[in-house]
Write a protein that binds this ligand. Structure first.
Ligand code: ADP
Length: 445
């Protein structure tokens, strides 16, 4: 398309050189060329379709010395060519009209994807008279050129009634074709931008719906779930030995549901900016030991070796929100056990430096495909489809862990190899002040 535009300009220059001897004609062509270059620059920067089309038709009428000009775009639903733009001084009724592809000049230009000049339109059968009748106009001469995008015609640019009863000439056709080539690119760009905008709006709408659903569901489920759990726990004490197992199943299932609802509530609070970080000093070393102890039973049931490694004599003190860091680490350890098969190993290591502490959760599990590693931190993302997956979960654990760590101006990342295992790492500033200082440095880079 760009080549068509340049070709048009080159042909224009060649004709001007040849016509220099003919005085006024050459001057007019030079003016046409100058206007084309000028409009070319403006068109590529204008992405508002109506104003873009408006300026194209105005220039089309000007450079061809015509009474009017218009753009007709093909509408695949009606299979008609619809007037999309006309100069401001033309009858606005025209904008409501369409012309048939099989019995109009525009239709011929569109179907053949070829320019057409008719200098005696009054006696030409190809003219679609209905338009003239509707707007009380008389088409005396007409020049039409196709608008082509990716080798496909999308519409037609027409100039009507050459002024001073003159005939349309080949230079007029070249000038209009050159303008049409540039206009087609601009129209396509504006259409793509409009589509992108529409898709973005739709995504935002869906995202809002998802957020609203999470907020409402977590809020509404909380109370009945609390009641089920409370009553079931109470009943555990009352029922005889024979029915205790059943009640315990209810309690365990309700606890699992509670964990899911809490995850949803955390996501919702974090999205609404309601999550507050309460910095207090605590020992990360002790937290790691506590969590590993908590998961020992689960690991044992799955015949997984679970160990931790915290440097001796170092408490790894940090000033952070212990509850939030506990949630993040719990999610990492739970995943490590969930995605490791029987006989595998899971290890939690911690180390500290002057400014940061790091915790690594490593497993010899199924691993994560390279293309999915960055996506596992996205909400609801799961490597396996939820229809085929063997593991439970909602795909929220890692996004929560990430949110908790980032609230502390820390970082979380993952390295993994399918069939070998995964390593998740959390890096936290030792104090709130250090975290804030580091985040200022990062945001200024
Ligand atoms: P889920 O509740 O599904 O575990 P997460 O957000 O915690 O949600 O994890 C997202 C996905 O990342 C998991 O469904 C799993 O596919 C993958 N994943 C997370 N941790 C591991 C791990 N240690 N090993 C292998 N895959 C993992």
């Amino acid at each position: 398309m760009q080549t068509l535009f340049l070709d048009g300009l080159k042909r224009g220059y060649a004709r001007i050189a040849m016509a220099m001897a003919h005085g006024p004609a050459a001057l007019r062509e030079a003016h046409q060329l100058e206007r084309l270059l000028e409009i070319g620059r403006n068109l590529s920067s204008n992405l508002d379709l109506p104003s873009l089309l408006g300026s194209i038709v105005a220039v089309a009428a000007e450079i061809t010395g015509s009474e009017g000009a218009s753009i007709l775009l093909y509408d695949p639903t009606t299979r008609l060519l619809r007037f999309e733009a006309i100069p401001p001084d033309q009858d606005p009724a025209l904008k409501k009209l369409s012309v048939p592809v099989d019995s109009s000049v525009a239709g011929w230009v569109f179907s053949a994807a070829t320019p057409l000049i008719i200098n005696d339109a009054r006696s030409d059968a190809r003219i679609y008279r209905e338009v003239d009748r509707q707007i009380r106009f008389e088409t005396r001469s007409i020049l039409g050129v196709p608008l082509i995008v990716k080798q496909e015609p999308i519409g037609v640019l027409e100039a009507v009634n050459k002024l001073a009863d003159q005939d349309y000439t080949e230079p007029d056709q070249i000038a209009l074709e050159t303008l049409a080539a540039q206009a087609a690119i601009a129209i396509e760009n504006a259409r793509l931008l409009a589509k992108l905008h529409e898709a973005n709006q739709e995504l935002m709408r869906l995202d809002r719906m998802k957020s609203d659903f999470i907020a409402i569901a977590s809020h509404e489920l909380r109370t009945p779930l609390g009641l089920i759990l409370g009553h079931a726990t109470f009943l555990t004490e009352l029922v005889d030995e024979q029915h205790r197992d059943q009640i315990e199943v209810i309690v365990r299932s309700a606890e699992r549901l509670k964990a899911i609802v809490e995850d949803m509530a955390r996501i919702s609070h974090q999205e609404e900016g309601q999550s507050r970080v309460r910095h207090r000093p605590f020992s990360l070393g002790v937290l790691v030991q506590t969590l590993v102890t908590r998961f020992r039973q689960l690991a044992k049931e799955k015949k997984i070796e679970l160990d931790f490694d915290v440097p001796e004599g170092e408490s790894l003190m940090v000033e952070a929100d212990r509850d939030k860091i506990e949630i993040a680490l719990t999610n990492l350890i739970r995943n490590a056990i969930a995605f490791t098969d029987e006989g595998g190993q899971v290890g939690v290591m911690a180390e500290g430096s002057e400014d940061y502490v790091k915790v690594f959760v490593a497993d010899s599990g199924i691993g994560i495909p390279a293309g999915d590693i960055d996506r596992v931190f996205q909400r609801f993302f799961q490597v396996e489809s939820h229809l085929t997956r063997k593991h439970g979960g909602m795909g929220l654990g890692l996004s929560i862990a990430k949110a908790m760590v980032e609230m502390h101006h820390g970082q979380i990342w993952c390295e993994s190899k399918v069939g070998v295992g995964s390593l998740f790492c959390i890096m936290l500033p030792v104090t709130a002040a250090k975290g804030e200082a580091a985040s200022k440095v990062f945001s200024s880079v």
